[in-house]
Design a protein around this ligand. Structure first.
Ligand code: SF4
Ligand code: SF4
Length: 472
């Protein structure tokens, strides 16, 4: 999930500067409206076939949360699920309410169920109405989850036959209303096509590691090209959240009890470092094609962290960023520190009591990416000497960060109400798999590619599909 950062007005600029000076960053809130869902995703405990008591936040409860977010000058709010569009009327009301509360960056999304049956005669009219309703709100970014570059694989995972054709047909209708949806990929082993990311054994050779990294780069590159060909102008990537055994049993606990045991979204530590490397390469290769939010500086920091402990900027979860669950409407530091229930999301700034940021426990992009992106600005204004030391210690992070900023500017800061400026993106034509014919990209070794999901189930650690569950 992305947090939009963009051109700001003078009042915002003053506020952001004030926040950075006190080592705080512009706040973000993720609100889970419901844990109801109508999809069949194998990677998610909220799929329709799971049996547990479902919840939704009432309109009054939602309004109070949004009002309090406005009072706390939260800058970015996401309405998520489950499937938010199952509560379309409430969602539209909340998007408007968030705008009225003065929150500038508002986003929501869907699993795409409304884009099924594009062959029906009323499809265009129905989708046009939906696009018009959303476009009439102040929503800035609207995401559609896509699991795979292979339509059949995506449709099988979601249980929505024909939905890719529907999305392709729907996108121009959204564009006509001035709304440019984002393709939202939760990284999984099927992303480049079924079983495109094999399991890399814990004990592996260098050649196997290189093959795995190339399989990631290649699959992700295929995904970005697929999203652009469908008509998306923005893409974002949710990093895998599989946790080591000791973490799952320890401090971290998903806020929802419904966690997935399917391994299609599970990646071991040694796989994640290579995955991030492959992702960075695929992003560089495709940045001129569509606006890709995932920041290189964050991938660099997390790769370093996986290799040798905390690196980059600590997560702002529980300080500037918060998550509200659908079960009780309670606030948590994020979707994964479920043992830290802070009760109702109140009007007072609770972050100042939380102490300095120090959490590096996971790679949840919703909170990690904006923490890395805003980190240098806060440090510059609050602890410049510390920034200088960091610069000397890890100059590569700052090279990536600067490259991200230049790119984000060219992307119009991912304003989902505007089309891409392809002329500006053209300056970011990169080297990588997309720039080379397929035969020049080293194919993953047969030994790895022939592994099937059943093999993955045996070998990979259990995981949690936090991305899809939090973003529908
Ligand atoms: S790193 Fe951030 S998202 Fe992950 S557990 Fe810590 S506070 Fe939560
Ligand atoms: S991943 Fe999203 S769409 Fe799929 S079952 Fe879970 S909440 Fe529903």
């Amino acid at each position: 999930m992305m947090t939009s950062v963009g051109p700001v007005n003078p009042s915002q600029l003053r506020y952001y500067t004030h926040q950075f000076r006190r080592n705080r960053v512009p706040g973000q809130l993720v609100v889970q409206m419901t844990d109801r869902c109508n999809a069949f995703c194998p990677q998610c405990g909220m799929r329709t076939t799971e049996h547990f008591k479902r919840h939704r936040l009432g309109l009054g409860q939602l309004k109070t949360i949004v009002d309090n977010a406005g009072r706390r000058r939260i800058q970015a709010i996401s309405f998520t699920g489950g499937e938010p569009l199952l509560l379309l009327d409430d969602l539209i009301a909340m998007l408007n309410h968030a705008g009225a509360a003065g929150i500038p960056y508002i986003r929501t999304g869907t699993n795409g169920f409304l884009f099924r049956h594009p062959e029906r005669p009323d499809f265009d009219e129905r989708i046009d109405r939906l696009a018009a309703r959303l476009a009439a709100t102040p929503v800035r970014n609207f995401w559609i989850s896509i699991d795979s570059a292979d339509p059949a694989t995506h449709e099988k995972m979601r249980g929505f036959e024909g939905v890719i054709a529907g999305i392709k047909r729907a996108l121009p209708l959204f564009h006509a209303h001035g709304l440019y949806p984002s393709a939202n990929l939760g990284i999984n082993r099927n992303l480049g096509g079924e079983y495109s990311l094999p399991v890399l054994p814990r004990h592996h050779s260098e050649a196997q590691a290189a093959d795995f990294r190339v399989a990631c780069e290649r699959g992700l590159g295929r995904f970005f090209r697929f999203a652009a060909d469908l008509g998306f102008t923005i893409a974002n990537v949710c990093y895998p959240m599989s946790l080591p055994e000791e973490d799952r049993l320890g401090e971290m606990q998903a806020v929802y009890g419904a966690t997935s045991v399917d391994r299609v979204v599970s990646f071991a530590r040694h796989e994640k470092a290579l995955l991030f490397e492959g992702l960075a390469r695929a992003i560089r290769a495709n940045r001129s094609r569509l606006r890709i939010f995932a920041p290189l500086c964050s991938l660099h920091a997390m790769k370093q962290q996986l290799a040798g402990g905390p690196s980059g900027y600590a997560c702002r979860g529980g300080i500037d960023f918060f998550f509200v669950d659908a079960m009780q409407g309670h606030s948590f530091p994020c979707g994964y520190r479920g043992r830290e229930d802070a009760g109702a999301f109140g009007p007072e700034d609770s972050g100042s009591d939380a102490g300095p940021p120090g959490c590096y426990q996971c790679e949840w992009e919703c909170f990690r990416d904006p923490s890395e992106l805003t980190g240098p600005l806060g440090e510059l204004l609050s602890r410049p000497l510390s920034l200088l030391r960091r610069l000397r210690r890890d100059p590569q992070f700052f090279r990536c960060w600067w490259e991200d900023l230049r790119y984000y500017r060219a992307c119009g800061f991912f304003d989902g109400r505007k089309p891409s400026d392809m002329g500006k993106l053209a300056a970011f034509v990169g080297a990588g798999d997309a720039a080379r014919p397929d035969h020049q990209v080293r194919a993953a070794s047969p030994a790895l590619t022939t592994l099937r999901l059943t093999e993955a189930r045996r070998s990979a650690p259990a995981g949690q599909d936090r991305c899809s569950r939090l973003t529908g």
